[in-house]
Write a protein that binds this ligand. Sequence first.
Ligand SMILES: NC(=O)C1=CN([C@@H]2O[C@H](COP(=O)(O)OP(=O)(O)OC[C@H]3O[C@@H](n4cnc5c(N)ncnc54)[C@H](OP(=O)(O)O)[C@@H]3O)[C@@H](O)[C@H]2O)C=CC1
Length: 390
Amino acid sequence: MLTQAQKTIIQATVPLLESGGEALARHFYALMFETHPEVRALFNQTHQATGDQARALANSVLMYARHIDDLSPLTPLVSRIVNKHVALQILPEHYPIVGSCLLQSIREVLGANVATDEVLQAWGAAYQQLADLLIGKEEQHYEQNAMQPGGWRGSRRFRIDSIKQESQDVRSLTLAPTDGGPILNYQAGQYIGVRLMIEGEEVRRNYSISNRADGRSLRITLKHVPDGRASGYLHERQVGDELEIFPPAGDFILGEDKVPVALLTAGIGITPAIPLLEEALEQQRQVHFLHATHNSQTLTFGAFLAQQAGLQDRMTLKLCFSQPLAHDTPDAVGHIDSHCLRSWLPAGDTFHVYVLGPTGFMANMKALLLKHGVTDDRIHYECFGPHKTL
Ligand SMILES: NC(=O)C1=CN([C@@H]2O[C@H](COP(=O)(O)OP(=O)(O)OC[C@H]3O[C@@H](n4cnc5c(N)ncnc54)[C@H](OP(=O)(O)O)[C@@H]3O)[C@@H](O)[C@H]2O)C=CC1
C-alpha cells in the first residue's frame, strides 16, 4: 500500500513529468532494450522509432501520478492498456523488468538531487501498485478466454485457409486452428495477437479481426506498410502456412443501447468496422457508414459495403476520396469536413459515433463532431498501437 507521504511525493513529481516525461520514457526504453533484449518482441519497433510508444508511456505515467489519490477516472485507460497487453501476452514476469528499468531511468534522468531515495521508494511503491492492478486484470482476461468453449491460453497454431486481395495494398487472411477445434465467441471490434519469427527474431503484433465470430475461423485484413516488418512478412505468406495466434481482446465494441450508429473510418481503420457494421445491422440498428480513402483502388471492402447498403434499408453508405481517379464517383472529394458530417450523420442526438483510422483523421473528426454538437460520451475511437488521447 502507498502511504499518504508517498502519494504526496508522487503528486509533487507531476510538473517534472509534464516537462520531461517523454525524455524519461525514451531513456527508459533504450535502457530496457539494451539490458533486456528478450522484451523487444513485446514492443512494435516502428512505434519506438516514431516516438509514439514513449509519448504513450509518458502520458500514462503522468495520468497515473495525477490521479494517484483516486484511480477511478483512469478506468477506461486501464481497460485499453489491459486489452492491448492481453493480445500481446504480457505476463507477470515482464513487470519487474519494466519496474527496475523505470526506477533506474528516473534516477539517471532526474539526477540524485531530485530522485532521492525517498522519491525512488515512492515511485517503486506506486509502480508496484499499478503492476498488481494490471496483472490481476490481465489474469482475469486470460482465465476468461481459456474457460470459454473454443478458448485458449497463450498461443495457438492457426493455418491460413484462404487469402484475398481486398484492394491495392490490402489483403485478408482467413485463419483456422490446426487442431480442428472451435474458436471462442469473440466480440465485433476485437483484435488478436500474432507471434511471428522473422529472420530469427520474435515479433508480436495486434491485428483487428475483420469478420464476425462464426466458431470456425477468423479473418484479419492487413495493409502492406512500406518497411513494415510484420505486414511485409504476412503479405508474403501462402495458403497452408501456419501462424501462432494469441486469444482475442479489445474493448472497442458497440454500446448496449440500441441507438443509431455512425461508423466513421479512414483507410485500413475500416477493418474492425466491418464486424461492427454486421452486428449493428443484426441488432436492427440504423447505421451510417462514412469512409475516407484515397480512391477506388485503395477502397477496401467496397463491394461488400455497396451490397449491404443495397440490401439494408437501415444502412447509409457515404464515401469520400481524397485522390479520386478519373472514373471515380465518390459522394465527396477531399477530406471529410464539417459540411459532409452535417449531411451524413444520423438525425437526432442519440446516435453514437465510432471513429477509426490514422490518428490525424481521428483527431480531426473528433474536433468536427464536438463542433457539430455530438457530446464527448457519444464519440468512441481506438488507436492502433500505443493509446493517445485526442
Ligand atoms: N483503429 C484501428 O483499428 C486501425 C487504425 N489504423 C491506423 O490507420 C493508419 C493508416 O491508415 P491508412 O490506411 O494508411 O490511411 P491513409 O493514409 O490511406 O488515409 C486514409 C484516408 O484518410 C485521409 N486522412 C488522412 N489524414 C487525415 C486527416 N488528418 N484528416 C482527414 N482525413 C485524413 C487520407 O487523405 P490523404 O489523401 O490526404 O492522405 C485518406 O483519404 C495507421 O497509422 C494506423 O494507425 C490501422 C489499422 C486499424
